[in-house]
Design a protein around this ligand. Structure first.
Ligand code: ADP
Length: 468
């Protein structure tokens, strides 16, 4: 029964609401009943005191006996009660028959109550069955005191039926109101519980779809509360998962393709050599092709390994303050044999004391990669300018070439894995499309950022910001 959030919310809210409403209704009806009986007691007390005054007047001979009786009867009529005045003492209670009251009236509670009244106490009973009237009565008994002496008792009986009818009427209204409140609250609770649980159900269905590999639309929950936020987070997670899955598929397709191409040519040339189709004087040329293709495979596997190392977080940086200008001069010197017949000139515009805080080997790898690209994607006469300057919180390094440039729409994509502009055109450059992706990862691992600006046929500028 309690296995769904909807039911849990519904049952819990209902129990709380019903308990509160029932409690309030019970208290209201008890207060009302106590109030009505309190009022009645007050009325009967006033009547009793009045009767006492009338008797005092009679003793002082201000009124006659018949006037006294008429006044007491009138008082009884006004207060809807029967009033008895008995001039007795405790001794006369020993022989109740002499009291002049009917036997029925003397049965039950009255003798005991009269003893208490004669001791000076007022007795009030609110729901007392009285045989003489054969109904439930309100009873008030008080001592008759004349000149501070208890001379007897005043007994007042009033039927409870009118009071009970009033109380029952009010109780009916209270409990009907309570029932209406419970029904309205239950409807509101039902609507609220399903409003809370519906989106969770929708997310559950969507999550199951994703788990089974199906595509699913974004979830729309028009609310800004926690459930609405959860739906937004869910959509974000779903889109991330979809993107990761797409990247995984593309990655496998790219790797397979990039492995297959060199392997196919290696196999083809090796077969040619084995079958004797190739003349011995051409052996060297074909061995060279096999060697270059193997070299390409090595590069690709090294790049893949390094990328996976960075992405898994297992590449650790050993940081120190590295002088940029010295490092750039080292790089320019070390790659001077790799111009592939191009005429390359460098300009280093950087103060000698500007430093970057990073891993020396990884920094070298970053800059070599960018400089290699600058040479690779330029025409015969290559001019590369390197600028470095201190900026807020770090150093900005700009590597500018006069090469073929990159179109605006492709500027961001060049940092993606395997992205190569017009692959076929650059195929002979021997790139893997992983270089800038590794560079970006390494820069970000240092807490820096990298971006490119470019103009087609004018040149490209790679800007790297690093902590200093
Ligand atoms: P690749 O191994 O192909 O060089 P990269 O990740 O280093 O891969 O670069 C991705 C692509 O960005 C390259 O294929 C090239 O098209 C483009 N690119 C990178 N650097 C430059 C540059 N300096 N000038 C023009 N295009 C560039």
């Amino acid at each position: 029964m309690f296995n769904s959030i909807f039911r849990k919310l519904l049952v819990t809210y209902l129990i709380i609401i019903i308990t509160i409403i029932a409690g309030i209704s019970y208290m209201m009806s008890s207060f009302y009943s106590a109030y009505v009986f309190g009022e009645k007691e007050q009325t009967l007390r006033t009547a009793g005191t009045k009767v006492e005054d009338l008797i005092k007047d009679f003793y002082q001979k201000k009124t006659t006996k018949s006037e006294l009786e008429a006044s007491i009867n009138a008082m009884g009529y006004v207060t809807d009660s029967r009033i008895y005045v008995l001039k007795i003492d405790e001794k006369s209670l020993a022989d109740p028959e002499k009291l002049g009251l009917s036997d029925e009236l003397m049965e039950g509670y009255l003798i005991q109550d009269m003893k208490e009244i004669l001791q000076g106490r007022v007795v009030f009973r609110k729901n007392q069955y009285t045989q003489a009237f054969d109904t439930v009565m309100v009873f008030l008994g008080m001592p008759l005191q004349i000149q501070s002496k208890t001379e007897g008792v005043i007994l007042i009986f009033s039927p409870v039926s009118q009071i009970s009818a009033n109380i029952a009427k009010i109780n009916l209204r209270i409990w009907m109101g309570a029932a209406a409140a419970v029904i309205i609250s239950a409807a509101a609770i039902y609507a609220n519980s399903s409003r809370i649980s519906r989106p969770i159900k929708v997310m559950d269905v969507a999550a199951k779809k994703i788990a089974s590999g199906e595509d699913t639309e974004d979830i729309h929950i028009p609310s800004e509360d926690e459930v609405g936020q959860l739906a937004e987070t869910f959509n974000y997670m779903k889109n991330k998962l979809t993107a990761t899955e797409r990247m995984r598929r593309e990655f496998i397709a790219n790797v397979s393709h990039d492995l297959k191409t060199p392997l196919t040519s290696i196999k083809g040339f090796a077969e040619g050599l084995l079958d004797g189709v190739i003349e011995p004087n051409e052996y060297e040329k074909y061995f060279k092709v096999i060697y270059d293709e193997t070299d390409r495979l090595m590069k690709l596997t090294n790049d893949l390994l390094q990328l996976s190392k960075i992405e898994s977080g297992s590449l650790k940086l050993i940081k120190e303050h590295v002088k940029i200008r010295d490092m750039m001069e080292d790089i320019i010197y070390s790659i001077s044999g790799e111009y592939h017949g191009k005429e390359v000139s460098f300009g280093v515009h950087c103060l000698s004391d500007i430093t970057v805080y990073g891993d020396r080997d990884r920094l070298k790898q970053i800059f070599i990669n960018v400089v290699h690209n600058a040479i690779k994607y330029s025409r015969e006469r290559v001019s590369i300018d390197i600028y470095a300057r201190q900026i807020d919180g770090g150093v900005e390094i700009r590597i500018k070439d006069n090469g073929i440039g990159i179109e605006r729409e492709q500027l961001e994509k060049i940092f993606e894995k395997f992205y190569r502009i017009e692959k076929s055109r650059h195929a002979d450059y021997g790139g893997t499309g992983l270089g800038l992706s590794i560079v970006k990862n390494l820069v970000e691992l240092h807490g820096g950022k990298i971006y490119a600006i470019s103009e087609v046929n004018r040149g490209t500028e790679i800007i790297i910001e690093m902590p200093s």
